[in-house]
Design a protein around this ligand. Structure first.
Ligand code: AMP
Length: 455
């Protein structure tokens, strides 16, 4: 099947040709015809499968025909869980729509100036890409006219639910015309997603693309058992000195750890910077731009960077701390091996991580091969049957490191625990009504993910 077979507007096909896309990906082949016919669609598709184009191309195809409805408000609304993903979607819209006359794409994200956003919203908007919390604020201030809205896209719906945005998403949907076409994309389609789909979608077509496992074949996954924080630090230092590592993302469990580890690595000359949800949008964009154009080698990030970043030169992903949710492992390691390249994903795990590790392996449907660097073997004995992996034939290089917070290993080793004493009930003003909403999901009080809310 070719893009021409999909009956997309010629201006869209032209933009796709410019980008060098020759064949639609499986999710595009399945979703685009249904969407062009006007059906609601719920699709399980992970980042990296071409899902953005799967919804953006039909969205652009729709707005290539002028609407008869008067107004300035958006005709397409895309909701995303994070600012990074929103920016990526906006970029995609501009790229795919570049030959369509006067397509106006606007992003409304938390952490950015209201003054600028008010100005953007007062003009004609075709495609609005937003994180839910900030959009709700604008809706409540009466700044958005949804009378022209034709299509609502919930991108990474599972993630939005995990982040506690379910009420916001439903409120936003209820502010849009019921005649809209609704699309839901999620890593997995489980019963929670089914429930929200039943409320927001009309007789949706269900689309499932090949499992993530096949897609990750170009990523070599390795596991290093670790004894303690200083062992992790030595292994990390060793890995970062590997010449084959062009660029890497190192994932930590908390924002503070990301900052501290980035500082420590930078102090050792590694060219590292942090990225997390406490940084202003401007800082985040600046850091990502540096990463994108190769001026930053190591990004130390929380799960805010687990999705959406698409940079071909990221050769390594290092899970300094394992993710809290198994599914985030897939998103994290998917930052490498982009655009058909091969990638390496290394995870550190201690005895305390055995449950998380099991969950990840169950989710992936495969074991992660344990590796040992000569001279840096763990004293800790992993569970039986897990230590049969290959030994890395790499020179033994131990570089002494001196991390301020490494001194109290007992307290700081398991970073995932460092949120444990906080109530994690996030409250914030919702604008004019002065009421506060809390973003708390039962059973997930300790999730670091809440700390990454885009709002
Ligand atoms: P996504 O899953 O939307 O994050 O897309 C992953 C990457 O695939 C992006 O870099 C897209 O530019 C690229 N892509 C999307 N569709 C195609 C296609 N049909 N052919 C080649 N690359 C594509």
């Amino acid at each position: 099947m070719s893009f021409e077979d999909l009956n997309l507007h010629p201006a869209i096909i032209k933009a796709i040709n410019d980008l060098g896309y020759t064949t639609p990906t499986p999710i595009q082949q399945q979703a685009i015809p249904q969407l062009i016919q006007g059906h609601d669609v719920m699709a399980s598709a992970q980042t990296g499968t071409g899902k953005t184009a799967a919804f953006m191309l039909p969205a652009l195809h729709r707005i290539a025909t002028p609407t008869k409805v008067h107004g300035r408000g958006p005709r397409i609304l895309v909701l995303t869980p994070t600012r990074e993903l929103a920016l990526q979607v906006s970029d995609a819209a501009s790229k795919y729509g570049k030959y369509l006359p006067r397509i106006k794409v606007v992003s409304i994200l938390g952490g950015m100036s209201y003054v600028l956003q008010n100005k953007l919203l007062s003009q004609n908007v075709d495609i609005l890409v937003a994180t839910p919390g900030r959009l709700i604020d604008h809706i409540q201030r009466g700044r958005i006219d949804f009378s022209r809205l034709e299509m609502l896209v919930l991108d990474e719906a599972d993630r939005m639910l995990d982040m506690g945005f379910v009420q916001d998403v439903e409120s936003i949907a209820s502010a849009t015309p019921s005649s809209r076409q609704t699309l839901l994309f999620s890593a997995t389609l489980d019963s929670t997603i089914d429930k929200i789909a039943a409320r927001l979608l009309k007789s949706p077509k269900r689309i499932q693309v090949a499992s993530q496992r096949t897609k990750l074949e170009n990523i070599e996954q390795r596991l290093h058992y670790v004894d303690d924080l200083s062992h992790k630090n030595r292994l990390l230092d060793h890995l970062l000195r590997d010449q084959s590592l062009k660029q890497a993302i190192v994932f930590t469990a908390t924002k503070r750890d990301a900052d501290e580890l980035a500082d420590d690595l930078a102090a050792q000359g590694h060219g590292a910077e942090a990225l997390h949800g406490d940084m202003s949008q401007r800082e985040r964009t600046r850091t990502l731009t540096k990463l994108r154009n190769g001026r930053l080698r190591i990004l130390v990030a929380t799960d805010v960077a687990a999705r959406g970043i698409d940079i071909a030169d990221i050769t390594h992903v290092i899970n300094f701390d394992l993710p809290k949710f198994a599914e985030d492992y897939v998103h994290r390691i998917g930052r490498t091996g982009r655009a058909g390249a091969s990638g390496v994903a290394v995870s550190f795990a201690s005895g305390k991580d055995s449950i998380s590790l099991k969950r990840i392996e169950r989710f992936m449907g495969q074991r992660i091969t344990p590796s040992v660097i000569p001279g840096m073997e763990p004293k800790f004995k992993p569970r039986i049957g897990q230590n049969e992996g290959k030994t890395q034939k790499v020179p033994h290089v131990v570089h002494k490191r001196n991390r301020s917070w490494a001194s109290n290993e007992k307290n700081s080793f398991n970073h995932a625990d460092s949120n444990r004493n906080h109530p994690h009930k996030f409250e914030r003003s919702t604008g004019n009504d002065g009421k506060k909403r809390s973003f708390r999901r039962p059973g997930q009080l300790n999730s670091g993910i809440y700390a990454e809310s885009s709002n």
